[in-house]
Design a protein around this ligand. Structure first.
Ligand code: NI
Ligand code: MN
Length: 225
């Protein structure tokens, strides 16, 4: 039975038995992080895109755990150049790993690594992760896009992680529309309140969503699927 945990901003862990995945481990520079990067055990580090608030501590976590980084080809290649094992994917492609399947989905957002975001890291992406019989969708940073309807039609999503913080990603109203398209059983809002510029009250999102259960997780909280 997979268990997910929200570690603030866009960082999520998915654990099933010995399989430990972490998505977008932005820990050390996150003022709201409930853990230290050194506390993260992971076999796989999944990165949605190259921005600093997503790559975060990925390299040090991957090195310490001898974990494999899963990301789009350009971002994965950049990680490989820093000495970690990688499995590159690209949009629309999926691969069966020992824990389950990962498919890379589109996202409407940028990608660039480094202090001035100048190193090309390919397009931003989202993930469909199928593990232990459940499917988790992590959209990464994105605006609303109509293909979410297709993602919802082609996958029975048990849990979706969607940004609601506006400014850099969907805000509440667009995220509510995304839930309509994706039809997940449960949805957890992410990418809000890390800084003032993406301040949002998740209750506003919860009140507007119908047909899916909104689960608001504080950093450090999780749920079993
Ligand atoms: Ni971003
Ligand atoms: Mn971001």
């Amino acid at each position: 039975m997979p268990e997910v945990k929200f570690l603030g901003h866009s960082c999520v862990t998915i654990t099933e038995g010995a399989h430990k995945l972490v998505i977008d481990p932005f820990i050390s520079d996150n003022p709201k992080a409930p853990v230290k990067a050194d506390d993260i055990d992971a076999n796989y580090v999944l990165l949605t895109h190259g921005h600093g608030d997503h790559v975060g501590d990925a390299i040090t976590i991957a090195k310490r755990n001898k974990a494999t980084v899963i990301a789009n080809f350009e971002l994965a290649s950049l990680c490989a150049s820093q000495g970690v094992d990688i499995h590159p994917l690209h949009i629309g492609g999926s691969h069966k790993f020992d824990f389950g399947r990962v498919k890379l989905t589109i996202a409407h957002h940028g990608g660039g690594y480094g202090p001035d975001a100048s190193r090309y890291t390919g397009p931003a992406c989202g993930f469909l992760v199928t593990i232990g019989g459940v499917t988790v969708y992590h959209s990464g940073d994105t605006g609303l896009f109509y293909d979410m309807k297709l993602i919802g039609e082609m996958n029975r999503i048990d849990l979706a992680f969607l940004p609601i913080g506006d400014n850099f990603t969907m805000g509440v109203d667009d995220a509510v529309k995304a839930v309509e398209f994706l039809k997940p059983a449960k949805v957890v809002p992410i990418h809000y309140d890390t800084w003032d510029i993406i301040a949002e009250d998740p209750k506003r999102f919860a009140e507007k969503v119908s047909g899916s259960e909104v689960v608001v997780l504080q950093p450090g909280q999780g749920l079993k699927l």
